[in-house]
Structures are given as C-alpha cells and as structure tokens.
Write a protein that binds this ligand. Structure first.
Ligand code: ADP
Ligand code: TZD
Ligand code: MG
Length: 581
C-alpha cells in the first residue's frame, strides 16, 4: 500500500495527484460522510484548514467560528437535537483545549459529539522537543470525555470514525475525542487502495431493551402507588420519546414534572403538568419515576425536602446511574424507547392512585400560577425595567411562536426565564444545564439553527453573553434566524456590587450597565434594537422573529434587578449581603 506518512521539516507537504491519489484528509471527510455526518463546526488553521475545504468540496457544511468553545457548543447542541453526533474540528494545542471544554461539557450533559483535532507529529511531542503547537492532547482528553482515540495511519481513519461515532451515540451519549496527527492528515494513498477501506456500519445506535423482570417490578410499584409522579429529564427529550410519554401519561393519569430542558416534552400547561408542584412531589409522592433524569444536585440529590419514604423508579440507559444518591426500588436499565414500550404494555389499566392526588396538584398549580401572574403584573410597568418586566413583555411573543427554539443562560436571567416561559414542544429549550455553565449561548444558537432550520431566540444575561458574544458574528455570517436578547443589568447577578475596599476598581460582580450591545449587533450587520420599555421590547422581539434574520436586542434593565446567584444563592459558602447595597 503506497502511503507517505512523514511530512518534510521544511517546505510544503507533498500534494496528492488527484484522482489517482488521496490524502488522509480526503479519507477523513469521506468516512464522516459515510456515517451520515453532514455538518462540521470548527475553527481552522494548521493542520486542519484543508479538512474544512475538502468538507465543503464534498458537500458537507462547514460552520466556521471565532472561538472553538462555541463551535463545540454548536456541535453538542446539534447532537442533542438530532440524535446524531455533532462534529467539532479544532487545531492543535490551544484550539484543542478551547474545544475540549465544550466536549467535556457535552459528556457531562450526555450530548453526543465528536471533537476531531489535528495534532502535531508524535515523536517531538513525546520527547518534549518543542514542536509546533506540541501537546499530548490524547492524554489530556482521556479523563474528560467518554472515549478518546488517536489515528496514526490514514488507513485506520474509517475505523476510527466509526468507533468515535458509536462511542458518542450508543449507551449513554457523550463527547468523544479523535486525535489525528499531522502526518496522518497529510499522508498520501492510492485512491483505489483507499476505496477499499470504507464500509457502511450496521446499526450505529442499537436498541438496548430492559430486562422483563425489571419492567414488571417497576410496573407493579407504579400501579400500586397512591401519590405517584413522573419526572422527565433531558435524556427523555434527547431520546425523542414524547409520543410514548404521552401514551404513558394518558394511560396512567399520573402527573409529570419536567426538568428545565425537558420542558415542552408534554405541554408545560397541560392538565397533568405538575410544573409548579416540585416541593409537593418531593415531600408527598410515595413513588417517583425518573425518566431520563439524574437524581443529581438539580433534584437535591434525593435529600433536603425529599421524603425519606419516597420510592424511586428510574428509567435510564446507564446502569451506573442507579442508586447514586438514594436507593432505587425499581431500576429499569435500557434505552427509553424500548423501556417505555415495555412499561406501557406491562401497566394495568387501573392505577391505585388516590382520587384526591391530581386534583390537589391542580388546585396548587392554579394558586401558584395566579401568584406568579400577580408578580409579573406588579412589575409590568416598572421603570427602569427589571427581569420580570422584561419577561412579562417577552412571554406572549415567545408563547405565540412555539416552534422557536429558546436558548437561555445567566443567573436571574436563566431562572426567571425558565419559570416564566411555558414550553409546548419537545427539545425547544436549551440552557446551561447540568454544570450551570456560562458560555453556551451563541454556539448553541448556531447549532440549533443549523441543525433544525428553525428560528432561535436566546435570552442572555449580560455576563453570560460576554462568554460567547463574539460568535454573534457567526450567526450573522451564516445569516441564521437567531435573535439574541440581552438582559443588561450591568453585572453578574446585578450591577450594584460595591468594591469593599472603597477603591475605584469595579466590584467583582460589576459589568457595564451602560454598555450598548445593540451597537455590537450593528457591527456585524444585524438588525439591532435598544429597548427601555416593555412595549418596545415585545415589538422588537416580534419583528425580529418574523424577519428570520440575525437580530440583537439590548434590553436596558435597572442595575438593581437581580439577586446574587439567582435561585441558587443557598450554594454560596457564606452570605454576602453586606457587600451589596
Ligand atoms: P436533567 O438535567 O434534565 O435532569 P440529566 O442530564 O441529569 O437530565 O439526565 C439525563 C439521563 O438520561 C442520563 O442519566 C442519561 O444516561 C439518560 N439517557 C440519555 N439518553 C438516554 C436514552 N436514549 N435512553 C435512556 N436513558 C437515556
Ligand atoms: N464561569 C462559568 C464558565 N460558568 C459560571 N457559571 C460562572 C462563571 C459563574 N456564574 C454563574 O453561575 S451565573 C453568572 C456567572 C458568571 C453570570 C450571571 O450574570 P448574568 O445574569 O448577567 O448572566 P443575571 O441576570 O445578571 O443574573
Ligand atoms: Mg447580569
């Protein structure tokens, strides 16, 4: 087999004689296309620039970013929304590391993606001889991702791509790292030899049905429960099981509570939605069925308000997830589609549920909703606007556009938006999720718009936006139907922090309440708005969504809007009220 695996130390790499010869880069792109990858997100430079050009040449979309982390967030979102791994392409060293933050975050969130990074030739890396962008990337990636591989020969590329794909998507999905060395990318092979390397892999995401006895155990527990509840997580949204969940809820009449990104799997305002009854479920439910949701910090790890008597049923693909914080009485390990089919079939037509359980949750929902509406109403005309004023203006516009995907990050901006905006469709809410990270905004907008073709609205805290703001330019260059709404209260949590030394440096939480983010939108040619009243905001948002073009809305809030850490201030090590005026 005619391969050239070394690159000359100086001068250009040898060029293949097309069509008789191909390079590792040609093989890589073709292998990706063979498993169905149609889009690559990334940021190019040595040694992967040609990979992106070849991708475009071969009919694949390449979405180039300003920062690798955001390209990675886009790939992760693509994976989550399409059930196909998103692909991120990075250069070596810092480009790799920048992207790795997103691949790690994808792993934590169970989003399938593959980061493909060029890396320098091995020998001088291993002997620490100071090669161009030399870094032992594979070793760094390994502990942070679901799987990591290196390809050292062009003829191994198709196998490596299939393995990366399988690792990303099968079982619990996650981020996969594929290290491709510069000599491998540049290696030249005979085209006819290369042709023999490709194959169509069979059943890339196999069903993993649960054990019948596990289903029976779960069905019996659910059927005999007096105050049961379902908790839907983003694993259920990802698994695309909304029809099965509807059938399950219809059959049992059991109420459901959605985690943040599971909002809309079934309508938030449906008759059996217990969205406002989280505490009651924790305190009173005798049987709680976790469906693609982990009993992690977002559910108080099964402690705190949770009744010690609550029994858990857990439907998850990962057996290691069972019992992590509380004993699970009935684990159902399998893919959700198979598990739900089996569970629905195993459940009797009649449940032992207390006749008063659902009506009591419905009454509570009504009362909570009325109180919430009162709060919105009380703030509706506040001037300057606060988070609630702005959300009251946004709510009717977004709820009238249920097919718009909502991207959301910040502290108060996250918590208050999640609580205010009802969702009615699955996979239409993407947020900072399991790690509560800032810096998923612009990348997620791009990934959502590119992978679905739908319009996207991002509601961003001014701090949160700062982490990814430059990639608003990517939204503009690709002319995506994305509206970015920035809640500018001038800071992390708010803009009224005081430097306790009395010096003139800003407080740690203070940003710039007078910043004009709309001018940033203008800089990249987006339709941009600066709004100071609720009516200006709702008109701007409606117009921006209707335009199906990039738009930026700078929402001027008062600097005093928002409290430290939003709804999770209790996690701070000590109260900091003294530092806030
Ligand atoms: P949330 O933050 O919404 O509570 P998590 O990310 O904590 O959701 O939990 C998602 C869970 O879903 C993970 O434990 C993951 O293993 C599981 N999961 C992901 N995909 C599937 C699937 N296809 N079938 C079953 N479980 C899945
Ligand atoms: N860095 C990263 C990567 N993730 C984080 N979560 C933080 C820092 C800490 N942090 C939060 O947890 S929320 C937040 C930061 C910096 C920003 C909150 O300010 P905001 O929203 O302007 O985005 P509000 O509306 O002012 O609360
Ligand atoms: Mg802020």
């Amino acid at each position: 087999m005619a391969t050239t695996t070394s690159t000359p130390a100086t001068g250009a790499a040898p060029a293949p004689k097309y069509p008789d010869q191909v390079t590792g880069m040609d093989i890589l792109v073709r292998a990706l296309r063979m498993v169905g990858i149609d889009t690559m997100y990334g940021l190019v430079g040595i040694p992967v620039t040609e990979v992106a050009y070849i991708a475009q040449m071969q009919g694949m979309r390449f979405v180039g970013f300003r920062h690798e982390q955001q390209a990675g967030m886009a790939a992760a979102t693509h994976g989550y929304l399409t059930h196909t791994p998103g692909v991120l392409l990075t250069v070596s060293s810092l480009g790799f590391l920048n992207g790795l933050t997103a691949t790690t975050n994808a792993t934590v969130n169970c989003y399938p993606m593959i980061q493909i990074s060029g890396s320098s030739e091995r020998e001088p890396i291993d002997l620490l001889q100071g090669t161009y962008e030399g870094l032992d990337q594979l070793s760094i990636a390994k502990p942070l991702v679901k799987a990591a591989y290196r390809v050292n020969r062009p003829e191994d590329i198709p196998t490596a791509v299939v393995r990366a794909y399988r690792a990303a998507i099968s079982g619990r999905p996650g981020g996969v790292y594929l290290d491709v060395t510069t000599p491998t990318l540049g290696a030249i092979m005979d085209a006819t030899e290369a042709d023999k390397l490709f194959y169509s892999p069979v059943d890339l995401c196999p069903a993993m049905p649960p054990a019948p006895e596990a289903v029976k155990r779960a069905a019996e527990l659910i059927a005999t429960a007096r105050k049961p509840a379902f908790i839907f997580g983003k694993g259920a949204a990802y698994a695309r099981v909304e029809d099965r969940l509807k059938a399950l809820v219809d059959k049992t009449g059991i109420p459901y509570f959605p985690m943040s990104m599971a909002k809309g799997i079934l309508p938030d305002d449906g008759p059996l939605s217990a969205l406002s009854c989280r505490s009651t479920i924790m305190e009173e439910s005798d049987v709680v069925v976790l469906v693609g949701a982990r009993l992690n910090w977002l559910l108080s790890r099964g402690k705190g308000k949770w009744s010690a008597d609550t029994k858990f049923v857990q439907l998850d693909i990962d057996p290691e997830e069972i019992d992590i914080n509380r004993p699970v009485a009935a684990p159902v390990v399998g893919d959700l589609a198979s598990s739900l089919d089996a569970l629905i079939a195993a459940l009797p037509d009649k449940m032992a549920m207390d006749a008063s359980w659902v009506p009591s949750l419905q009454a509570q929902t009504k009362e909570k909703n009325a109180r919430f509406a009162q709060r919105l109403e009380a703030n509706a005309a506040a001037s300057p606007m606060n988070h609630w004023t702005a959300l009251n203006a946004i709510k009717p516009v977004l709820e009238a556009n249920p097919d718009v995907i909502l991207v959301n990050e910040g502290a108060n901006t996250l918590d208050d938006t999640r609580d205010t905006i009802n969702m009615s469709r699955p996979r239409h809410r993407i947020d900072c999720a399991t790690w509560a990270i800032m810096g998923m905004g612009m990348g997620s907008c791009v990934g959502a718009a590119v992978s679905t073709g739908k319009s996207v609205v991002a509601v961003e805290g001014d701090s949160a936006f700062g982490f990814s703001g430059m990639d608003f330019s990517t939204i503009c260059r690709f002319k995506l139907p994305v509206t970015v709404v920035i809640f500018n209260n001038g800071g992390i949590y708010n803009g009224i922090g005081v430097n306790p030394s009395g010096g003139s440096d800003p407080a740690p939480t203070t940003l710039d309440v007078n910043a004009r983010y709309d001018k940033l939108g203008e800089a990249f040619g987006a339709k941009s708005y600066y709004v100071t009243t609720p009516s200006e905001l709702s008109e701007a948002l409606a117009e921006a969504i209707a335009s199906k073009a990039p738009a930026m809305i700078d929402v001027q809030l008062g600097a005093d809007s928002g409290k430290e850490s939003g709804h999770i201030g209790y996690l701070n090590p000590a109260p900091l009220e003294d530092f806030t005026v």
